[in-house]
Design a protein around this ligand. Sequence first.
Ligand code: PMP
Length: 382
Amino acid sequence: MQEIYFDNAATTQVLPEIADIAVRMMCEDYGNPSAMYGRGLQAERAVKEAREQVAALIGAQPQDIIFTSGATEANNMALRGGMKARARRGKHMVVSALEHQSVIQTVRAMLELGYDFDLVPVDTNGRLNPTVLQNMMRSDTIMASIMLVNNEVGTIQQIPELRRAIDAKRSQVLLHVDASQALGKMPIDVGELGVDLLTASGHKLHAPKGVGFIYVRPGLRIPPFINGGGQEAGWRSGTENTPGICALGLAAKLAREQMGTRLEQVKQVRAVFLQGLKDLSGWRVNGEGADLLPHILSVAFDGVKSEVLLHMLEEKGLLVAAGAACSSRKDTLSHVLRAMRMRRNLIEGTVRFSFSHLNTVDEAERASQLVCQAVQDLRGII
Ligand code: PMP
C-alpha cells in the first residue's frame, strides 16, 4: 500500500537536495561561522547566502532576516520584542482570533507582565473586517498580530487593507504577520504588505524542523531575544544552526524559482480531489467564501467524527489531520472553527487535507475514493 501524505500544513517532506546541503554543512563545511580560519569563513559565507535567499523570497534585505529555531520562537520574539520596543506608548495589542497557539499563548503569558490584548473576531468565512479591527484600536494599542494564511482553514487575510485600517486610526502600531503557511506558496513582499515583523518556519517548505526566521523592518529596534555571544547581529545569540539555515536558504530559493509550477500542481491535486467528492453528500468546504490558499482544504462532514474518520483513513494509507495538528490540547474544539461560529457537530466532523507539489493527481483520485468510502461506512454505522 502506497501511503498518501495529505498533511503538508503540519510538516513537509525534506527534499533530497535540501537534505544534501544540511548533510554537507554537518559533515564537510562544519566550521563555526565565528571562527577565523577557512572552514569557519566558509560556513559564514554559506549562512550569508542563505540569508540572501530567504530575504529574496519576501522582498527584504538580507540584514533584516534573523534566523531562529522555528516560527514558535520567531513569534515569541516578535511579540515580546515588539511590545517592549513600544512599551512607552502603551500596553495593548490586538491579535486575530485565528492565530496559532504560539501567538495566542505568548500574549496570554504576557498578561502577567502587565500587557493586555483583545482577540479580533472573524466572519463565518474566517476573514477579518478592517472596520472592526480599526474600532478595536485603543489609545494605548501598540501592536497587532495577524496571520497571512491560517493553518487550519487556509484563509488568506488582506494584510495591506488591514494595515491601512490600523494606520487610519492610530500611528506607529507595529504589525506582526505570521507567514508560516504562506511562505514560498504565494508571493510575499514585506513592503507591499506593510509589515514591521514577519515570521515563518522551514519545515512547512521542505526544509528540516527546528529552523525559521523573523524579518524585522529596517529602523525598528527590538531588544535581543536570547543573550549571549552576539550572533545574528546580537538579536539572537547561540552558535548558528548552519545545517538548518542553509537548508532553509535552499528551500527558499527553490520555492521562489518553482512557485508557479508548484502552485499549478497543488491546484490540480486539489481540484481532482474535490471532483472525487462530488457524489458524496453532506459535506462543505470551511471558509469557502474567502480567499483560500489551495494547499489547505478544510472539510466538514455531516454525521461523522473526524477522529474516527482520521483513523479509518490512516488504516487505508491516507494521512490527514483533524483541526490543528500542532495544537497540544487536542481534546478541545478548534478555536479557529469556533471563531468562525461553526456548529459543534460540524467542527467535530472537520478534517484538514493539506497538499504539496509532491502530491500527484493519482493520489488525489485514490484519496477521494478512500474518503467517500470511509464517510459512507461511518454514516452507515450510525
Ligand atoms: N504558526 C503557524 C501558522 C503554524 O502553522 C506553525 C506550525 N504548525 C507555527 C506557527 C509554529 O512553527 P514551528 O513548528 O516552526 O515552531
